[in-house]
Design a protein around this ligand. Structure first.
Ligand code: GTP
Ligand code: SPV
Ligand code: MN
Length: 617
């Protein structure tokens, strides 16, 4: 294997003005180890040149003016939870969901797999920060991703703040996350078989991320999921300072009172965070309320010692959103955020090679009638589909768009404020076809944390596996958990418990279905209505109805102007609690919680309180 000379790398790093010695030696080590032919340091200002190179190389195709199209390998279209591992040096970090393995086993295994695997390729050095610059959490947010895939770089430039300055200016030059991404030969990795070669490993107590065998989304954009969630949730706990969660973050301004509220919350992957964070107020309420977007996938939370409130930031710089069902009616802000001239990259949607148009299921009711030039996400011509394949979706269900936050029309004016925003409410929700009402509010901290820990929802296409099967997804962090769930619960109690003015909790569900399978609640923009009720409840303006599982709105309390089509019986179902179904659920929860070691007694006590209240009904 021909190795790039260290002197050649030094020259590149000098030229790029990368002065941090720890970063330099890390780059040199891995460039040599992976056998890369060239090294290139990336700044956000390189975007236009890299786009041009990717178009030239056919890695991207033009999708209208200032928009791009990419296809991932057909065996590489989602996160792989089975192949994802969190490793540390302490077996006590083993949790139910983090696939814990000893660091001493994983590091050599990954080093071996990556050796020489970038031969002939460029190793891009991507220094980034996962926080608005100046944030109190910035020290935990800095990282360097090394990747051998140009489209990964282009995604990173959209999803994180990228530039050499972030690593040159570190207070502790050694304290940055070391992320290595080697794609490997995607044709021959045995994806999904017993011989699967892929491994996505976060060595949390060494702040090192080694991902091998994918160039898709959360497997390859190391700043996002591996650092922004797995590493950060571990760092937040190890430092005792913060929480890092798969949360959306939005603001609601009541123009009448001039007050702004901030709500964050967890919903499992592909369960509505992007859509909720991007909503506009329904027309009938638009004169009074304005919704602002802060974040759609990750929030970091801490308590400000000065005013004792919980604050949140979105550490990301862009949105990697699910394309399916995105249209003018469901999500007009997304439609605008991905329109021409935004630099958006579409992945695995359908593409028309003649018109450069893109399409996905739900973009319009039916696919384009004239199939000329259209290819599905695998690149196969629609016109040449066999009879057997003719009903298959044109776009992959996990096809996505990547756009920067600045393109989102309802982006909050203060979204880059390093101080973050004070949090009024923390919500949890998932796809649940029955039992879970539209909203139930929880005012007790332990019961709120308990509710998050027992979040159960239907599995989605965002990860490889079975769609629609019910599974527990604590706080929507199941795929991103880094240490044991019991300690995680304890850490939540400690962080939020330290706040003087605690946020209210709530559980929401937009996905309740009727016997005929239709959604009872229209969702999307109308989801603002239960959130407004929650803010009124927090302000003492409404009282709701106390049930064993929380406070639900009365029909009269919800602002339903403009929803004349909502059926009265559906509304009844949406706001009711089926005691019997809930009692069954409590049995499942007990089993689920028992899987977790060291669950704090306060959480068990919360479980028993809810259980007893249901039995007393
Ligand atoms: P990740 O990016 O995977 O973490 O997902 P996410 O939670 O941000 O999910 P997203 O908002 O992208 O939604 C995924 C799917 O749920 C999309 O196909 C949406 O159209 C659909 N969806 C979102 N909100 C609603 C809603 O209120 N009602 C209904 N019926 N579907 C919704
Ligand atoms: C998720 O799967 O929850 C995502 C997309 O937000 S990915 O970046 O692929 O993890
Ligand atoms: Mn997500």
């Amino acid at each position: 294997m021909e190795r790039i000379l260290v002197t050649a790398i030094d020259a590149v790093l000098d030229e790029a003005g990368l002065t941090n010695e720890a970063v330099r030696s890390y780059v040199k080590h891995w460039a040599q180890h992976t056998g890369a032919e060239r090294v290139e340091v990336v700044n956000a200002s390189d975007d236009a040149r890299l786009i041009a190179e990717a178009l030239e190389a056919g890695e991207l195709l033009p999708a209208g003016k200032g928009r791009y199209y990419s296809r991932s390998h057909p065996k590489d279209t989602a996160r792989s939870e089975e192949r994802t591992v969190v490793a540390t040096h302490d077996a006590a970090d083993r949790g139910e969901y983090n696939n814990w393995r000893p660091a001493s086993e994983m590091r050599p295994m990954l080093e071996e797999r990556m050796a020489g695997k970038s031969a002939g390729k460029t190793m891009y050095v991507v220094p980034y920060v996962m926080a608005p610059p100046g944030s109190p959490l910035q020290p935990y947010a800095t990282g360097v991703e090394l990747t051998d895939t140009r489209t990964v770089v282009l995604h990173m430039i959209r999803m994180a703040r990228v530039g050499v300055e972030y690593v040159n200016e570190l207070a502790d030059p050694e304290y940055f996350v070391r992320g290595v991404h080697v794609t490997g030969d995607l044709d021959n990795l045995g994806q999904g078989t017993a011989e699967d070669q892929r491994y996505f490993v976060t060595i949390a107590d060494e702040r090192t991320i080694l991902h091998y065998g994918s160039s898709y989304g959360g497997n390859a954009l190391l700043g996002k999921i591996a650092h922004g969630l797995r590493q950060a949730t571990y760092d937040g706990w190890a430092s005792g300072k913060f929480l890092a969660e798969q949360f959306l973050l939005l603001g609601i301004t009541d123009k009448e009172t001039g007050r702004t509220y901030h709500i964050c919350g967890g919903m499992p992957s592909a369960s509505g965070k992007t859509n909720l964070a991007m909503i506009l107020a329904p027309d009938a309420l638009g004169d009074r309320y304005q919704v602002h977007f802060y974040g759609d996938d990750i929030a970091w939370l801490w308590v400000d010692p000065e005013d004792g409130r919980v604050y949140a930031i979105n550490p990301e710089f862009g949105a990697f959103g699910v394309a399916k069902d995105t249209n003018e009616a469901t999500n007009p802000t997304a439609v605008e955020a991905i329109s021409e001239g935004t630099g958006t990259i579409f992945t695995n949607v359908a593409y028309n090679e003649q018109t450069q148009d893109v399409w996905w299921e739900g973009k319009s009711k039916t696919p384009p009638a004239d199939v000329t030039g259209w290819r599905d996400w695998k690149g196969e011509l629609i016109s040449e589909r066999s009879e057997a394949a003719k009903d298959e979706p044109w776009a992959h269900p996990n096809s996505r768009f990547t756009t920067t936050l600045a393109n989102i029309p309802n982006i909050a004016p203060d979204y880059t404020n390093p101080k973050g925003v004070p949090v009024d409410a923390i919500i949890f929700g998932g796809r649940t076809r029955d039992r879970e009402p539209l909203i139930r509010a929880i005012t007790d901290l332990a019961e709120g944390v308990y509710d998050g820990l027992t979040l159960g929802a239907e599995a989605t296409f965002a990860a490889e596996g079975t769609e629609g099967v019910l599974r527990y997804d604590p706080m929507s962090m199941r795929p991103f958990m880094a240490y044991s769930e019991g300690r995680y619960a304890e850490h939540w109690m400690k962080i939020i418990g330290a706040a003087k003015d605690q946020p209210i909790f709530a559980h929401v569900n937009w996905f309740q279905r009727g016997d005929d399978g239709r959604f009872l609640w229209p969702g999307y923009r109308d989801n603002l209505r239960p959130l407004l009720w929650l803010m009124q409840l927090r302000n003492g303006e409404v009282t709701g109805r106390q049930t064993p599982v929380g406070i639900v709105p009365t029909k009269e309390e919800l602002q339903l102007e403009g929803m004349e089509n909502l059926r009265a019986d559906d509304l009844e179902t949406l706001l009711s609690i089926d005691t019997h179904r809930w009692q069954q659920e409590m049995g499942h929860r007990e089993q689920h919680l028992s899987l977790f070691r060291d669950m704090p007694e306060e959480i068990w006590a919360a479980h028993r309180r809810v259980s007893d209240a249901l039995d007393a009904e």
